[in-house]
Design a protein around this ligand. Structure first.
Ligand code: ATP
Length: 254
């Protein structure tokens, strides 16, 4: 619900040259819960994410986080406030173990795929980083993979490593961009269960961009639907499923 805090996007507009990729999008990711942002290919979902995390500056509208306007803040400032994200295209470091990849989420926070800063940790910091990494690995059920290299894992396992890295960051709101891409049906179901347990256990907010409708419908509390950069519908998964406007948008995109 609007005004409830968390991440609030208000009448966001993003133009690439003369092309309006996002036009008057408003949405709220509350402090706790799972919100879906869906729409056909090219609808503007990733662009909306980029404006939320500071990878691009919007042409119009505002982004706020727990009441503070952050529209013009840099990505690292937003990460420090507690906005984390994963990317459509995974960027894990194959030179590091799974545990080290996950720990990076805590050590410096990530701006895109890049660690923001390498803190020369004191001993107690190092212990905290290790603890955060172990706890995130456990949350994703991948403790057994901790010493492996990402390159040796399946896509499904790599997706979980990426999620664990974001969890280790201790963010208040996590933006996940097509996190189930490349997963099979069974892996997608497990992934959905992990997302729900994450909210139950840690009380975080998640904003999810996802093409897998079965996943979106089963895990999200509320959905925003966009098409050609425009907001076309928002409601509960049941309401979205019944919406003629949404159906038409997806049929039109096939
Ligand atoms: P998908 O589901 O396919 O990932 P999306 O909903 O995330 O799509 P965006 O990637 O945000 O959509 O793209 C929205 C529109 O903006 C598209 O028309 C796209 O071609 C255009 N676009 C995206 N990035 C750029 C860019 N850097 N420069 C110019 N146009 C862009």
């Amino acid at each position: 619900p609007a005004g409830a805090g968390g991440l609030v996007v208000d009448k966001l507009v993003v133009k690439y040259g003369g092309h309006t990729a996002v036009n008057q999008i408003s949405l709220t990711a509350p402090p706790r819960g799972l919100i879906g942002l869906i729409g056909p290919n090219g609808a503007g979902k990733t662009t909306t994410f980029n404006a939320c995390t500071g990878l691009l500056r919007p042409t119009g509208g505002r982004v706020s986080f727990f009441g503070d306007e952050i529209t013009d803040e840099a990505p690292h400032q937003r990460a420090q406030r507690g906005i984390g994200r994963t990317f459509q295209r995974m960027e894990l470091f194959d030179s590091l173990s799974v545990r080290e990849n996950v720990a990076l989420g805590r050590e410096g926070g990530m701006a895109g795929s890049r660690p923001l800063r390498h803190l020369r940790s004191s001993r107690s910091d190092a212990a905290k980083v290790r603890e955060a990494a172990e706890s995130a690995l456990a949350q994703c059920g991948i403790e057994a993979l901790a010493d492996r290299r990402p390159a040796d894992l399946s896509t499904g396992q790599r997706r979980l490593v990426e999620l664990a890295r974001c969890i280790a960051g201790g963010f208040r709101i996590m933006l996940l961009d097509e996190p189930s891409s490349g997963l099979d049906k069974a892996e997608t179901v497990v992934f959905g269960q992990i997302l729900r347990s994450l909210i139950a256990d840690r009380g975080v907010g998640i904003l999810l961009v996802e093409h897998d409708m079965a996943l979106v419908m089963s895990v999200c509390d509320y959905l925003y639907v966009m098409d050609f950069g425009q907001p076309i519908f928002d409601g509960t998964p049941a309401e979205v499923r019944e919406s003629e406007i949404v159906r038409a948008a997806y049929l039109g995109s096939e």
